[in-house]
Design a protein around this ligand. Sequence first.
Ligand SMILES: NC(=O)c1ccc[n+]([C@@H]2O[C@H](COP(=O)([O-])OP(=O)(O)OC[C@H]3O[C@@H](n4cnc5c(N)ncnc54)[C@H](O)[C@@H]3O)[C@@H](O)[C@H]2O)c1
Length: 349
Amino acid sequence: MAKGKLVRVGIIGLGAIGPAHIRGYQACENAEIVAVCDIRKDLAEHWAKKLKADAYTSYLELLKREDIDAVSVCTPHHTHAPITIAAAVHGKHVLVEKPMATSLMEADEMIRACREAGVKLGVIFQSRFLEGPRRVKEAIDSGKLGNIVLAGAVVKWFRSDLEYYHRDAWARCWRGLWATEGGGALINQAIHTIDLLQWFVGPVEHLYGLYGTYTHNIDVEDVAVAALKFKNGALGIIEGTVSMPKEHQVTKISILGSKGLIELSGTEITIWSLEEEKEVKEEKPQEETLKVKPTGHMLQIRDFVNAIIEDREPLVNGEEGRKALEIITAIYLSSRTGRPVKFPVEPLW
Ligand SMILES: NC(=O)c1ccc[n+]([C@@H]2O[C@H](COP(=O)([O-])OP(=O)(O)OC[C@H]3O[C@@H](n4cnc5c(N)ncnc54)[C@H](O)[C@@H]3O)[C@@H](O)[C@H]2O)c1
């Protein structure tokens, strides 16, 4: 697509996260939302009116429109693969929400379909675009920490049975079920932090995983742990839960190297130099000159739109988006079989 062109977009799925995509494209001067789709007609009509776009209740009807270049897929997990593959067949670029699929097999079909159709596939992992994680990645890649020896990811959140899993008929249609959500605390909530962990430390060699359902009336896991060995020799640990008391929720990544320690807690970074035995003060990032600080979704959507215009891969393409899913699949597999799982994980399901 030539520079200066407008990317015309359709948004599929207008529940909790759809509006974040809408705001992302609205903040992009070279994108225009021309159509929206949700199986809930009222939602589709509401957003169509607001955006002066066309409303659809069938994504296949939306995909038939020749003037649409790209779609955002913001629907439940089990629908990501069929919608993405149909979009690719119709020649549309796709930006799909995390997790890209509920199985590695589906993820591979999505990557293949997009490659064969010559369209871009982007997978939302918006944290990779934020200042904090980018600075951690730079610090590690520049060798500031030396050799990584221990890397931990903690995602202890709260999700309520009544207000989340069983909030209404729509939520009960897909949340808390293996067939539709594809898992629980790991595949839905901890996946962002697991993606950052592997982005920082690199590929996993093998892992041991355990999960269970303890405090919710759901099929999928609400608590999970894993012990990992990375290809670079570092050891790792993952803790994920949605059973934490609301007031004590925590998201944290801690990476220990031979020369230092770096911790990312929310947006706060602490770097400790073992050689100097002191906290190393990082230069304060440049003050934002914009009135509204762009969200991770805004930054990632801008990258996706620019990738289409510049005919390059999005920063988080299908292969990148698949990596966290592979780790999560391995944890489920290890827990079910009681055995360690070696990478690459065979995409059986
Ligand atoms: N990146 C993030 O931080 C983040 C945050 C929340 C949700 N998500 C992801 O976004 C996706 C959607 O989650 P949500 O919380 O918005 O769910 P939701 O249930 O609130 O919304 C999903 C919407 O999709 C619609 N839908 C279902 N099947 C459809 C179909 N076949 N065609 C068109 N519309 C359909 C539903 O009617 C609903 O309005 C999930 O993959 C979730 O993991 C990502």
